[in-house]
Design a protein around this ligand. Sequence first.
Ligand SMILES: O=C(O)[C@H](O)[C@@H](O)[C@H](O)[C@H](O)COP(=O)(O)O
Length: 258
Amino acid sequence: MSVPTVIVHRDADLLAQAVAARLITRLVDTQAARGSAHLVLTGGTVGIATLAALAGTPAHDAIDWRALDIWWGDERFLPTGDPERNETGARLALLDKVDVDPSRVHVMPGPDSGLTAEQAAEGYAAELARAARPEDHGPVPSFDVLLLGMGPDGHVASLFPGQPALYEEERTVVAVHGSPKPPPTRLSLTFPALRAAREIWVVAAGAEKAQAVHLALAEAGPFQVPAAGARGRQRTLFLLDRAAAAKIPATMGRMASP
Ligand SMILES: O=C(O)[C@H](O)[C@@H](O)[C@H](O)[C@H](O)COP(=O)(O)O
């Protein structure tokens, strides 16, 4: 597991632009090296703003969109097209505007699939397992970049403090009930799935995230502060705006855009 690197940008807008630029470079490099790439999306304000920034920059044409597998770290268990679904936000901000291969956009099902949340979680785990290659050494692909928003309580994906999903060691996807952030029913990757990522990028903006950022970097326990357990195999980045970085030691955060 990698030790986090912190990079601080001036404000939330610039953060989204900078993460978008970083994504282009990372995905282009990966596709040049391996032919295709796996990207995991997040919901949340900065996550969606990053996708909008990516759509808005002409350099996104450098990505081979058809050679990209797109996954979600979590989804709100709501019907297809519901404006509250993370998928809907991602489609409106980016996916409807670029030439993705629909068969490589791996959406987490909603209740309109006729599945229960548990069955939907099982199905998604099976889809991940099918995409895994022997060199991945496990039941999910080695995601090249896994984006994670973070809540003021330190949650990432739909892994909320104190909830049973945090303790999952076998399954890669679980149904979450009674989420403190609405809606109550969600699907989420678990820690074992998150930690299969080569790179995890935690993106957070705003003063209400400052305490959780501090605890996540101070190596708090992941059961109290789930973001403390979000570590990529090769690299972990905390990409923050100034307000979210306000409580970390000055020596830790590198100010990228003063
Ligand atoms: O479904 C969701 O809501 C998310 O995927 C969630 O994990 C989100 O990323 C954080 O709650 C941060 O959200 P904000 O950036 O909106 O605070």
